[in-house]
Design a protein around this ligand. Sequence first.
Ligand code: ADP
Length: 300
Amino acid sequence: MIEVQHLSKFYNDQKVVDDVSFTVAQGEVLVLLGTSGSGKTTTLKMINQLVEKSSGSVLIHGKNTETYKAHELRRKIGYVIQSIGLFPHYTIHENIATVPELLNWPKHKINSRVKELLMLTGLPENMATKKPHELSGGQQQRVGIARALAADPDVILLDEPFGALDPITRSELQHEFKTLNSDLQKAMVLVTHDVLEAVILGDKIALMDQGKIQQIGTPSDLIFEPANDFVKKFLAQNRIQLELHVIRLNDLQKFTSLRLSTKEDALCTLAEYLSKNDDDEILKTYFNYRDKIISAYGKH
Ligand code: ADP
């Protein structure tokens, strides 16, 4: 569990992160969402001490990170960045093994961990001997995730991890990532400027503007109960698509009156109806139905 308490950062006289607080439990993904310059990356980097905070504190499992030794903190916190940051002259095996090597794990333990991580992140075992440039962007990002998981940290920080990927690979990795975390039970903080990514991946979203959290809550909280005009405007784009991600299967089944086995099926079916969009009646029914959902279920 990670607790961020009243974190602030000044650069010269400018307050770029302003009294940010949140908690992330094991198994949870908290998304820091906001436009460029809103203070997301600075907040993230204060968690793993890549940026020195001006004030506030960060606790992991109730213990202040200032009291951890540097190597302890490295083991506790994994870090994934957009440009991946793989070492170009190292093999994939060596890249994944970086932190375990630093921690002086025995060779056999490192070897079996690398094997396990390749499998977990959907990479073939024979990739271990290749160099990063021999892999596609998506495969390299998988290695980035494997490397962050290597020493089994409790907390993982991800800065625009899927930002550099093409839309198809991106969507594929987003969905795998979601499944992965429900198995791994890590506390994750993920930075993105992409609203849809935030709604797909976040258990909670903290929407930031000018260094401040404007609202923190579930995707459904932000979409259906925006705290202020900023939040409302930020989520106005792709509104229907966002709503489709948070509406529950039962709600959709009632709407479509079809028997659909998974939420994804239901979402696709409704999205298909809506994308045709030449039927005003469907859209009207959808909006009426949506209002009923909100009054019936509140923020759920
Ligand atoms: P985001 O991740 O939301 O794009 P950042 O956290 O990177 O935002 O930056 C927040 C603000 O802090 C921006 O105005 C940026 O210019 C400023 N900033 C970031 N790093 C530095 C630095 N090293 N020196 C001075 N200003 C910085």
